[in-house]
Design a protein. Structure first.
Lengths: 237, 859
């Protein structure tokens, strides 16, 4: 089993004049290929900041993030963008589909960025997999919230990511739709064998992952399930 | 980058095609918004293309019709009668070809049918002129028949209209009465404006002496038109004769020299108008920058998502740069098409100023130039907001906002500012021809933009700082809108203000120049000038004036002379040594000089003392010079000058310098002689009087012409009317061009209101949800636009006053006494227009129920 994400002594401090605000401090954990993990904590605890740092969307103040063997800390923003394109998938709470592109085009973008061939066929297959083949030429505003999040799932898996980051994936959906999206997320994740990192308030959803990391006041307060996750992997081996 | 990159080919394969495809896809749902900024540059480009197309066509037509500009291969002209030597030269030029002679001078004419009199330019012509082109007349053959025997005249058509005369009627020129055989419509190379200033009356040369109008001292010009022998190169010929012609004080014109001077004159006009168009384009570009700024702000989340998916900052930047380039290109092409259509109208607009018939043709060069300029300048201005794309963080997808996008210290941003200034400077250089002028134009543009921007910022600061907390809610909300986030105060103040400044400056200058003359025409100031009065007629004319109950305000003698030497230097010396910096005309011009013992009230001593009478006839005559004239000639007190007074050599010494108020209707002189020298020299007299009414003036002139046909009268009322006519025509052309700026300002206003509509909808809906009435919201919006419009128009007017002051003092050298009357309608008009457009664009917000809007905006 290889380490997909390795977080070492991670801190993030925002400076505003003479004032310094530390939002994350001394975070350490690592994830292996195929792990599923939730980051939970109250509002303002720093979980979204942590997700951003893990995914290479932001730079840590101290410590390091190693993603699929690549140390992100020394890379420029454009180099990190390339890493994201090759290894990372994203699901956002507010879907973050590009409003000017159709569902199909939204799914195609990561593939096109990789310079792949048969992009349209691959994107259509993914849309079919999330049950939206018939809506491929619709714009995001013409889709419901649940449909938009399914397109977002198709897009997130389109570049066959090594690791998938999901920020409150069902936070903007009603219960029934949320459950359908959850199921789809876990199914796709299992099929692809992707490492999954979820940020959520929803403990019920968090419990569906192998591991739950609790953050409070910017520090890691518990990492339940780490042992189970490791033992589970040992059993699998 | 480390060895982690799995797909090194990705970078290469992310080719232009994909970026263009993304730019295209992303633009599909935003074309309405993008069209807004297209519209801001369309008019600027249209103005440039129209003027440049017209200018190209004019140049071609001047080339094509060059010969008819002067109607001959060569014209030689002189202000003095030929001596034997020059007569020989003039005769020799015609060998193997043809010559036509013309004598021109100003004189009064009398129309017996209407009993009207007017000062005209009499042209006594003989020979076959014009050899190219035609003197256009009605009937067409009249331009030939008037010189085929008999007392016949060809009279300017405006004169005929003015005096209700027609072919077959009579016109009295001096002692002779001629039959009017036709109306003169156009003389080769002459513009309608020239005809307005000096309407011409052609008479046959053979009757000139019998008119008895040519008196000693009269200002007469002699023209000799040549059709040269076949194969003669006119330019080579005059080059050979140049020294002799110049020495004799003769001028000349060949087809090529006239073509060049005409071309240059019109190129200057076209360049000036192109600059006015360019200002409109710059204004539009401010709109572009603002529209792109708002557009990019709305695109931040999309850019953030693209960054999350692996798009680099440069790629994201390129996607939107391509969109802007495409829009800039479309805007420029649309502008070029509109410009090409507008140029169809320009020959009519410029009709009064054109010496040739202008054909209308598509100028591909002007179109390509316009498109290239539009594309370049719109992209340069759009780059300012576009640059921030490079710094959009993917974090925006998680956070929903970012602290700041770009730093003002960004060197690329400063490079763009520099490029914009360089572009303006280079463009201005090509239009104005000198670095200094280009620099002044660029500095002027910067000053105007900076002043407007500072005033807008100052007002935002002042409203915030001195916020009237005790005012009613509606007023407070309107005022607060001026400095809220995403306000349009700066943009609108700059765009509308600049347009207003242009228009208001035109109004101010026109009024100022007219008032300069009008002031002189007020009561107790002379308004009728009689000149060419012979010494023997002096007393009779003065008595006649007094008998009519009019005052003799001035009666001064005028002696014509030429300068032979100045501090020992002759005309030949000055021509040889250009480092002396003494102008040629000092020796070639004819001086009209008066003599008296005292200074008059328009004169003041600047240096030296004025003795006024000659005490020692053996010493050089102590004279007085106008101080600026002395400065130009580099003459100081104590310097010597030798004048040739119609054959008599008179040595003088500069003893006195005067400051002269030229703008007063007085007989003012560059050179003043003391009493006791010129009394016996051939001279004429000028009398100034004041007529109370037009009727009195007309009656007096009629009586004067009948009794003293050689005396001419200049009616100041007529001059004012002519000047007003000319200024109106010029200002109409400039106003037509300034219209592009104003319209662009309005388009930018419409664009700004539209791009802020989303925010206004949200605010209004919230206010309505909280219970605000439609009327209250309407009042808030109306008051905000009222403040914006008033601020922009007011600032523009302030700028125009400053610009007019600078023009008056430095360019026209007149006192700055502005007439503010036309500024009030400009201020009110622009303010009202701003409010109207603002309210028109806001109407959709108010007509919908809050819930519908909330749902729509949420969707």
């Amino acid at each position: 089993m290889s380490t997909i994400l390795d977080i070492q002594n991670l801190s993030k401090t925002y400076n505003s004049g003479d004032r310094h605000l530390t939002v994350l401090q001394g975070i350490n954990f690592s994830l292996q290929a195929g792990d599923t993990c939730s980051i939970v904590g109250p509002s303002g605890s720093g979980k979204t900041t942590l997700l951003g740092l893990c995914a290479g969307l932001d730079r840590a103040s101290t410590g390091s993030v190693i993603l699929n063997g690549v140390q992100l800390d020394n890379l420029s923003e454009d180099e990190r963008a390339q890493v994201r394109n090759q290894y990372v998938g994203f699901i956002f709470q507010n879907f973050q589909l590009i409003p000017t592109l159709t569902a199909l085009e939204n799914v195609m973008v990561p593939l096109e960025l990789r310079g792949e061939r048969n992009v349209q066929r691959q994107a259509r297959e993914l849309l079919e997999r999330v049950g939206l083949a018939a809506r491929h030429d619709h714009y995001p505003t013409q889709l419901s919230g649940g449909e938009q999040q399914r397109v977002s799932l198709a897009r997130a898996f389109s570049n066959r990511p090594t690791i998938l980051f999901a920020d409150e994936p069902t936070g903007n959906l009603d219960e029934e739709t949320g459950e359908r999206v959850e199921k789809l997320l876990f199914d796709l994740n299992q099929e692809a064998g992707t490492t999954l990192v979820l940020v959520t308030h929803d403990l019920e959803l968090a419990e569906k992952t192998q591991r739950i990391i609790r953050i409070k006041g910017g520090t890691l307060v518990s990492d339940t399930g780490e042992t189970e996750s490791i033992s589970l992997r040992k059993e699998e081996q | 980058m480390s060895d982690i990159i799995i797909h090194p080919e990705v970078k290469r394969s992310l080719n232009l095609r994909w970026l263009l495809q993304m730019a295209w896809r992303d633009s599909r749902r935003n074309r309405g918004k993008l069209a807004l900024f297209i519209s801001s540059i369309v008019l600027g480009i249209a103005a440039l293309v129209a003027i440049n197309s017209f200018s190209d066509n004019l140049k071609t037509d001047i080339d094509k019709q060059a010969k008819s500009l002067i109607g001959a291969d060569l014209v030689v002209m002189s202000n003095k009668e030929l001596d034997a030597d020059m007569q020989k030269l003039i005769d020799s030029l015609a060998i193997g070809g043809q010559r036509s002679d013309e004598v021109r001078f100003a004189s009064m004419v009398y129309f017996p049918s209407s009993q009207g009199t007017r000062l005209v330019q009499v042209r006594a012509l003989e020979g076959g002129f014009p050899y190219y082109g035609a003197i256009e007349s009605e009937p067409a053959n009249a331009s030939r028949t008037f010189r085929q025997g008999g007392l016949k005249a060809l009279v300017d058509h405006t004169l005929l209209l003015q005096f209700n005369a027609k072919p077959g009627d009579s016109i009295k020129v001096g002692d002779l009465t001629f039959e009017i055989v036709g109306a003169l419509n156009k003389i080769p190379g002459q513009t309608a404006i020239t005809a307005t200033i000096a309407p011409a009356v052609y008479i046959p040369r053979q009757y000139l002496d019998s008119t008895k109008l040519l008196q000693k001292g009269s200002r007469i010009s002699y023209y000799f038109y040549y059709k040269l022998a076949p194969g003669t190169d006119a330019d080579a010929l005059v080059k050979k004769l140049e020294p002799r012609l110049e020495e004799a004080g003769f001028g000349y014109d060949t087809v090529n020299s006239r073509k060049e001077s005409t071309g240059e004159a019109y190129a200057d006009l076209a360049n000036f108008l192109a600059l006015v168009g360019f200002v409109a384009l710059l204004l539009g570009c401010v709109g572009v920058a603002s529209a792109v700024h708002v557009y990019i702000r709305e695109k931040l989340s999309t850019i953030g998502v693209l960054r999350c998916l692996g798009v680099s900052g440069k790629q994201a930047f390129l996607i939107y740069l391509f969109q802007v380039m495409a829009m800039g290109l479309i805007g420029s092409v649309v502008g070029a098409v509109i410009g090409s259509l507008i140029q169809l109208y320009l020959p009519q607009l410029f009709q009064s100023f054109l010496p040739v018939e202008v054909t209308v043709a598509v100028s591909w060069l002007a179109i390509l130039q316009g498109i290239a300029i539009g594309l370049a300048i719109s992209v340069l201005f759009a780059l300012l907001p576009l640059l921030s794309i490079r710094d959009v963080s993917p974090l925006i997808t998680l956070r929903g906002s970012v602290e700041h996008l770009t730093s003002q210290k960004d060197p690329v941003r400063w490079a763009v500012y520099t490029l914009i200034l360089a572009f303006i400077f280079v463009f201005a250089y090509f239009q104005l021809g000198t670095w200094l002028r280009a620099l002044s134009f660029t500095a002027g543009v910067i000053v105007a933009f900076v002043v407007l921007a500072l005033i807008a910022r100052g007002m935002m600061w002042a409203v915030r700082r001195f916020f009237p907390v005790s005012w009613g809610y509606v007023w407070r909300q309107s005022l607060a809108n001026l400095y809220r986030p995403n306000n349009q105060t700066l943009l609108l103040t700059v765009s509308i203000g600049l347009g207003t400044a242009l228009i208001a400056t035109l109004f101010l200058m026109q009024r100022l120049l007219l008032s300069e003359v009008a002031i002189s025409g007020s009561k107790n100031q002379p308004n009728l000038v009689l000149f060419d009065i012979q010494s023997a007629q002096k007393e009779q004319v003065a008595n006649m004036v007094r008998q009519q109950g009019m005052p003799v305000l001035q009666l001064v003698p005028v002696v014509t002379m030429r300068m032979e030497e100045m501090n020992g230097l002759t005309a030949a010396d000055v021509r040889r040594d250009t480092t002396l910096g003494i102008p040629d005309w000092a020796f070639t011009r004819e001086y009209r000089v008066t003599y008296r013992d005292t200074l008059i009230d328009s004169e003041k001593t600047a240096a030296g003392t004025w003795t006024g009478t000659v005490t020692d006839p053996d010493k050089p005559v102590p004279i007085s010079l106008e101080e600026k004239y002395a400065e130009r000639l580099k003459v100081e007190l104590g310097d010597t000058m030798i004048f040739n007074v119609q054959g008599a050599i008179v040595p003088t010494v500069v003893q006195h310098l005067r400051e002269v108020e030229w703008n007063r209707v007085q007989t003012n002189f560059l050179v003043l002689f003391p009493k006791g020298v010129l009394e016996e020299a051939p001279q004429f007299h000028v009398l100034m009087t004041h007529t109370a009414t037009d009727v009195q003036s007309a009656g007096f002139q009629r009586a004067l012409v009948q009794r003293f046909p050689n005396i001419s009268a200049i009616d100041l009322g007529l001059i004012l009317q002519t000047l007003d006519d000319i200024l109106s025509k010029i200002s109409f052309v400039i106003r037509f061009m300034a219209l592009f700026s104003i319209s662009t300002g309005l388009l930018v206003l419409i664009g700004s209101v539209n791009i802020s509509k989303f925010q206004r909808v949200q605010e209004s809906v919230l206010l309505r949800t909280l219970g605000a009435s439609r009327r209250q919201i309407l009042s808030i919006n109306a008051f905000e636009y009222l403040l914006l419009g008033a601020l922009a128009a007011g600032t523009g007017i302030l700028l125009s006053v400053a610009a007019s002051w600078a023009l008056a003092v430095f360019s026209f050298e007149v006192d700055f006494v502005p007439d503010f009357a036309p500024l009030l309608p400009v201020f009110l008009g622009i303010t009202a227009l701003t409010v109207a457009i603002g309210m028109l664009n806001s109407r959709g917000i108010l007509n919908r129920p809050p819930l519908e809007v909330l749902r729509r905006e949420a969707a």
